[in-house]
Write a protein that binds this ligand. Structure first.
Ligand code: GDP
Ligand code: MG
Length: 454
């Protein structure tokens, strides 16, 4: 980390302010070569935590007025000396300033290199560094709140506590491993088992919360299905807030899969409007129906639409059958018309039945609530510790698996060193999660996914 790195930290788009971040041993001398503070302030002498007004120069030519913020090691984002040039926003100006900074001796930062340095300098653990990324990508309030918790170290503390509990047990086990002829006392076996089961339960709770949190951050693959003319495309348009799909009274209008990402309450749905499922002789419509069925098969949530103003038909029953294995909400549409469909049949087949008018929008809130209930999103507690990405989930799942092995080995009376090996593997997986034992390849992989400037 002897180099001094620099990058544009703000989005590459016109804006009010553009920030060039510089970090490293020579951050201040580099900044001083391109930035002249008003008055006679010498940046390199700055005690830090100050803002200087001045101008940015490139080849002795003034190119912008700017503010320079100075932070001193170790009390900075990266743990190194940091200077931030706040220029006027604008693609050209920020690029020019970065170029001047690079000419003054900095090297371009790799993606995530600022946060990586923060990790390597002990400012953040790996899980917390990843939550920086999750915060940037957070699409909703709960997702952001959850990422912020991890940034605060809530997750790492919980993981560390799990690892410590396993370690306290393996220490006791180690003593017995040295005396293979003696059986472990029954009371010890029981207490070791209870520790393993307890820790495994905590890890499983984390995994469940992750699946639920993922619904909030990544969105849910949702398929709108139903026979022709029940109002699928009208519902699609209601959800997306504009005329995304073509709506006509002619059955079989929608033939391709039409997609849109929509926000419903705190949920993000990737909605696909599909062709009406029915037997058809029309070759093109038939292809559409095939696509609809495939999309339904891949979806995590089905919105099965029925025309509430008409009795259920054989095509409707084919839709009910197609949704049998899915989390699905039955949408009894056209509630603005006199009801004629058999509710009881739908209630028997679906966990949730929502009466709605896609044309007027009445009942949309009930649909929102039904989906949130079905996906368990309401149970999500953003203040609890939370895994923020797939890497963390895998580490956690691996630790839980190793604990299961340790538990069954103990139960079957397998030699104690086998139990110890499993328990050690569980600890390894947990410390890989927090980064305490992550290989440098893992660390590199984590930061490669970051944006430049972070
Ligand atoms: N009265 C009433 N008509 C609706 C409603 N939703 C859809 N329609 C009408 O039903 C017909 C078929 O709608 P469309 O969305 O194209 O159905 P799709 O074939 O399932 O996509 C159109 O004439 C819509 O105007 C509703 O909630 N109330
Ligand atoms: Mg349609």
């Amino acid at each position: 980390m002897s180099t001094t790195i620099a990058a544009i930290a703000t989005p590459q788009a016109p804006g009010g302010i553009g920030i060039i971040r510089i970090s490293g041993r020579d951050a201040l001398p580099v900044a001083a070569r391109v930035f002249r503070a008003a008055g006679s302030s010498d940046l390199t002498e700055s005690p830090g935590y100050r803002a200087y007004f001045g101008a940015v120069y490139s080849d002795n030519e003034k190119i912008d007025e700017a503010i320079c913020l100075v932070f001193r090691a170790p009390k900075s984002y990266t743990g190194e000396d940091v200077a931030e040039l706040h220029c006027h926003g604008g693609l050209f100006l920020t690029q020019q300033t970065l170029r001047a900074v690079l000419a003054a001796g900095a090297v371009p930062a790799e993606p995530g290199e600022f946060t990586k340095r923060a990790f390597l300098n002990g400012k953040r653990d790996l899980a917390a560094a990843e939550s920086v990324m999750a915060l940037i990508g957070a699409a909703g309030q709960q997702a952001a709140a959850a990422a912020l918790q991890t940034l605060d170290g809530t997750l790492s503390k919980e993981i560390r506590a799990c690892a410590d509990r396993i370690l306290s047990v393996t220490a006791a086990l180690a003593a017995w491993v040295d005396y293979p002829d003696e059986d472990l006392p029954q009371t010890d076996t029981a207490s070791i088992l209870s520790v393993f089961r307890d820790v495994r339960a905590s890890l499983q709770a984390l995994l469940r919360r992750y699946d639920c949190g993922k619904v909030l951050t990544a969105g849910v693959d949702t398929a709108i299905v139903g026979r022709p003319n029940v109002g699928k495309s009208t519902l699609m348009n209601l959800l997306s807030g504009f005329d995304r799909s073509i709506v006509t009274a002619v059955a079989g209008t929608t033939r391709d899969v039409v997609e849109e990402t929509v926000r419903l309450g705190d949920l993000l749905l990737r909605v696909a409007d599909t062709a009406g499922i029915r037997d058809t002789a029309d070759a093109i419509e038939h292809l559409g129906v095939d696509r609809a069925r495939r999309r339904l098969a891949g979806a995590s949530l089905a919105l099965a639409v029925f025309d509430g103003s008409a009795p259920l038909t054989a095509d409707d029953r084919a839709v009910i059958a197609a949704c049998a294995e899915k989390p699905a909400v039955a949408v009894l549409n056209k509630a603005d018309l006199p009801p004629a469909a058999d509710c009881a049949e739908l209630e028997a087949a679906f966990d949730r039945v929502v009466t709605l008018s896609a044309a007027t929008g009445e009942g949309l809130e009930t649909l929102e609530q039904a989906i949130a209930d079905l996906l368990g999103a309401d149970a999500f507690d953003p203040s609890a510790a939370c895994l923020v990405n797939e890497r963390q989930r895998q580490c956690c799942a691996r630790a839980a698996d190793h604990l299961s092995e340790a538990i069954s080995a103990l139960e079957r009376g397998v030699t104690l060193d086998a139990v110890t090996v499993c328990a050690d593997c569980a600890v390894d997986a947990l410390l890989e999660l927090t980064g305490e034992r992550a290989t440098s390849a893992t660390v590199d992989a984590v930061f490669r996914n970051f944006c430049v400037g972070k």
